[in-house]
Design a binder for this molecule. Structure first.
Ligand SMILES: Cc1cc2nc3c(=O)[nH]c(=O)nc-3n(C[C@H](O)[C@H](O)[C@H](O)COP(=O)(O)OP(=O)(O)OC[C@H]3O[C@@H](n4cnc5c(N)ncnc54)[C@H](O)[C@@H]3O)c2cc1C
Length: 512
């Protein structure tokens, strides 16, 4: 088997991975492995913006309060403190690297999003913030001689010896390669593809969480999945996100009879926390026997809408929806996973030599529900922290590695993937109960044999990871017998006993 030694191995090239790479560059050779082209990530598609305290009307104390409130009692306060205190420093650094955030005159233009009590969301090119961030980060990485990108290489599993992480096995051009490293950082992003309705790109199949789980790492808060209230609903269009900042700027929701309904569900109406808006939409859809509701911007200035949301305007127009004059059909979609590989404030996981940052990680920053626009910030703050901590890792790279994955395919893999995503959406989605979770568990159990095989093609590897993670989310959702944050149980509508405890899972707890 081909073996390569590097100082630092980073798996994933979104905001967290690239920021970690920049931090590590002065301390040795850094290899950034990514399973697609370098910019293909959730980061690239982020629209609304990035939250940080950048104005005199705002303070880190208020940002902290807003984040804790959204997290519904389950945030780790010390992790949130780090996020809000270090956030503005990371943004200033980014601007010094060339990030062009939108401005009003000389001042940064700050917008409002749900559950933020101050305007603190920086945005770029209107609604293409993620593209601008990836552009700047990739340019910065390109200027660093010690960082090498390794695209179209999918990570299969970690190399674990004596309970320490020594790197990872990847497949590139059909060849399995052992990448041996002093420290490995997982920055593989989220898992929205587990659900049939999602805003996430195809790469978001939860690989990092499943890989870490198989290696024996602890995962936490896996029952908390955030569903974005507004993704474009059209049988002919992709599930395109309609950013929260549209509601922040004044867009309202209407049911198919044209009635505004959010005021009936929450005093903050359209700017209530995402889980409340998503559940309100589902209730209205059921009540009016419809598959969607509408987002309405028709009362807003047309030129402002086109200028503020140029990418959304252009995309919707391509599917015959003019957002300045038409009602936009929308429905909720899986958007973000609050849980992940449990880490401390330096990105350290429960496995020595293995770090995690960004959406794959669970620092506890988001608690039971993420405050909008805090995740890009988390990628910057904790990507840098993980990089900084990893440089001091003392793992000596193992000299040998051996892996012999089957090259077989899974018959009906497309069909299994489709049915898994449907099951997760219908049974483990916005509203769950013991019966639905059990139905999901039983339906997926028939594919358990896939979990015990090794594969070396992207499609099969992703399916195996999706099946692993689906089972983990089902078990965590079943264990939490109460409704907190984004986790809503129709059979346990109250918070339930021990609601403020975190559910941690590793392979010793779940036997498939
Ligand atoms: C449509 C959309 C809009 C959003 N808008 C906002 C917003 O406005 N503000 C905000 O704060 N957040 C937003 N989010 C969330 C935010 O974008 C993500 O949480 C964040 O970008 C995650 O960054 P990351 O670096 O952790 O992962 P990602 O950016 O997703 O990067 C993951 C990387 O890992 C790679 N990878 C995955 N598996 C493997 C594997 N097995 N082997 C090798 N490589 C692998 C991927 O190819 C990719 O390069 C949005 C998300 C979406 C989908």
């Amino acid at each position: 088997m081909k073996t390569e030694e590097v100082d630092f191995l980073i798996i994933g090239s979104g905001v967290a991975g690239l920021r970690a790479a920049i931090e590590l560059a002065p301390y040795g050779g850094v290899l950034v492995v990514t399973k697609d082209k370098p910019n293909e990530s959730s980061t690239e598609y982020a629209q609304g913006g990035i939250a940080a305290v950048m104005s005199d009307e705002d303070t880190v104390g208020i940002h902290l309060e807003d984040t804790l409130k959204a997290g519904d009692g389950l945030c780790r306060e010390e992790a949130v403190k780090v996020l809000v205190e270090e956030g503005s420093e990371r943004i200033k650094e980014l601007i010094s690297w060339g990030a062009e955030f939108d401005r009003e005159g000389m001042k940064l233009s700050l917008t409002l999003e749900a559950a933020h009590s101050r305007r603190r969301i920086l945005h770029a090119r209107g609604d293409s913030t993620g593209k601008e961030l990836e552009r700047v980060l990739l340019k910065k990485v390109l200027s660093l001689k010690s960082v090498r990108k390794y695209p179209f290489a999918i990570t299969m599993d970690l190399i674990i010896k004596d309970s320490e992480c020594h790197g990872a096995y990847v497949v590139k051009d059909g060849e399995v390669i052992a990448l041996l490293a002093k420290a490995t950082i997982l920055t593989t992003g989220g898992a929205g593809q587990l659900f049939s309705r999602t805003t996430n790109p195809m790469v978001a199949t939860g690989d990092g969480m499943s890989i870490a789980f198989r290696a024996g790492a602890l995962l936490e808060d896996m029952e908390f999945v955030q569903f974005h209230p507004t993704s474009l609903y059209s049988p002919t269009a992709p599930q395109f996100l309609l950013s929260e900042s549209m509601r922040g700027e004044g867009a309202v929701l209407r049911n198919i009879n044209g009635e505004r309904f959010m005021e009936r569900y929450h005093p903050m109406a359209e700017l209530a926390p995402r889980d409340i808006v998503s559940r309100a939409i589902i209730s209205e859809m059921v009540r009016t026997d419809s598959r969607h509701v509408y987002l309405d911007l028709r009362h807003m200035d047309k030129d402002f809408v086109k200028k503020r949301f140029p990418a959304i305007y252009a995309t919707c127009l391509r599917y015959d929806v003019d957002i300045t004059s038409d009602l936009i059909p929308v429905s909720p979609a899986a958007h973000y996973i609050m849980g992940g590989v449990k880490t401390d404030l330096d990105g350290k996981t429960s496995i020595k030599g293995l770090y995690a940052a960004g959406e794959v990680a669970c620092t506890g920053v988001h608690g039971a529900n993420r405050l909008a626009s805090n995740s890009l910030l988390e990628g910057f703050v904790y990507g840098a922290r993980a990089g900084s901590a990893a440089r001091n890792t003392v793992i000596s790279p193992s000299k040998s590695a051996c892996y012999d994955p089957a090259s077989g395919s899974i018959p009906d893999s497309e069909e299994i993937r489709r049915s898994l995503r449907k099951i997760m959406w219908e049974k483990v989605g916005i509203i769950r109960c013991a019966n639905s979770l059990d139905e999901a568990r039983r339906a997926l159990r028939v594919h358990n044999h896939i979990l015990n095989e090794d594969y070396c093609r992207r499609h099969e590897l992703e399916l195996k990871n999706m099946l692993t993670l689906a089972r983990i989310i089902i078990e965590a959702a079943d264990m939490r017998k109460g409704s907190v944050g984004a986790h809503y149980r129709s059979d346990f509508k109250d918070r339930g006993p021990n609601w403020n405890e975190h559910i941690a899972i590793d392979k010793g707890i779940i036997f498939f």
